[in-house]
Write a protein of this length. Sequence first.
Length: 121
Amino acid sequence: MSSSREPRGPRIERGDAELTRASLVLGLPPAMLPALVRRAVQTSPSFTVTSVDDDGAVLSRRSATATGDVAFRLTFTPVDGGTRVDGELRPPSGTIGASVKRRDDDATAFFEALAAAAGPF
């Protein structure tokens, strides 16, 4: 028996040297997202929470090569039946190659942790 629902999961745009983009739609109101982001960060060793509210969040990247200005910016947009989370992560200046893959992997891991923290929502 097949379902008409598409599989829910994060969408990650990988491989761009300038920017990693990620998005995920959750069946939760924006007011629940700050706690969810904090929970996801606890299971994702690559980021710490810099700031978070009902509109979005800024996460700092934990990395030996990342500087203090490296931030994963998240926005929370109400959509029909929930909230869309969009994220943008730019590299520190002067990084290429393996650093892009690592940045993409870190973004993917965080969004997967966010989806897992939301459970069936």
